[in-house]
Design a protein around this ligand. Structure first.
Ligand SMILES: [Zn+2]
Ligand SMILES: [Zn+2]
Length: 245
């Protein structure tokens, strides 16, 4: 009944797409029209085999040695791979912003579709996992925002893949300032010592997927992976919904 009423309301009072301002299709509750969603930029080859950074087109996937970006050659991260479906620009940037700062949870309907597609395409990698851990927010920030977007992603992935969600094993014990205006070095210093692990011994010999929403310089995922590695995990794999181009 609720759906019928909502459908009728959206037919008579169509909301507009938050990007192109055209009327949304009836029953579209994702705040963005399907035309705009279709403009999402996917991460496509060639990219770094470690951090998925897009690489110049002269690189061909399947070259004899695995492709690595300059940064991963110089200072390899402590996770084996960053898996990331999309680029953090245009539609995706706006969508994540709407979810995070305007609490437009309808956005998540479409994000789940993107996740499902990516999980199916990379099923082999994801089938090796033992546990999924979302990057936590500090409890103060969690209270302000009301939800942790990384947790929403991790919970969906855990259900989809039938892999255990260990959402209270990694804690954010230090409040960190917003990273948006910080340089790469400042970000690394900002998250240093920000996390603590509960029951660390339970991670021994486990393959763990760390989940975050956005990958910018990678400072947060690097720090969390560094800490988890001290508990003799077998492997850490990282996931972000979108990465800076
Ligand atoms: Zn649109
Ligand atoms: Zn790289």
């Amino acid at each position: 009944m609720k759906k019928v009423v909502e459908g009728a309301i959206s037919l008579f009072f169509p909301a507009e797409c938050r990007i192109c301002k055209r009327s949304l299709e009836p029953l579209n509750r994702s705040f963005i029209c399907s035309g705009c969603w279709s403009k999402i930029k996917w991460v496509v080859p060639a990219y770094c085999s470690r951090c998925s950074k897009p690489l110049p087109s002269c690189h061909v996937p399947g070259e004899s040695s695995p492709l690595l970006c300059r940064e991963c050659l110089r200072e390899p991260p402590l996770y084996t791979r960053l898996l990331v479906p999309t680029l953090y620009e245009g539609v995706m940037k706006k969508a994540i912003h709407l979810l995070k700062y305007e609490r437009k949870e309808g956005i998540f309907v479409e994000i789940k579709r993107i996740l499902a597609r990516f999980l199916e395409q990379n099923f082999l990698t994801f089938s090796q996992l033992d546990e999924i851990i979302p990057i936590p927010l500090h409890r103060k920030k969690l209270r302000q925002r009301g939800f942790n977007q990384a947790y929403l992603l991790a919970r969906f992935m855990s259900r989809f893949l039938e892999v255990k969600l260990a959402h209270s094993s990694l804690l954010r014990v230090r409040e960190t300032q917003s990273q948006t205006k910080l340089s790469k070095q400042e970000r690394a210093a900002n998250v240093k010592g920000a996390f603590r692990v509960k029951n660390g011994n339970s991670f021994e010999c486990k393959t763990i997927l760390l989940v975050d929403d956005v990958y910018t310089t990678g400072a947060t995922l690097r720090e969390a992976a560094r800490l988890l590695r001290t508990f003799e995990t077998k492997e850490i794999v990282a996931f972000a919904l979108a990465r800076a181009p």
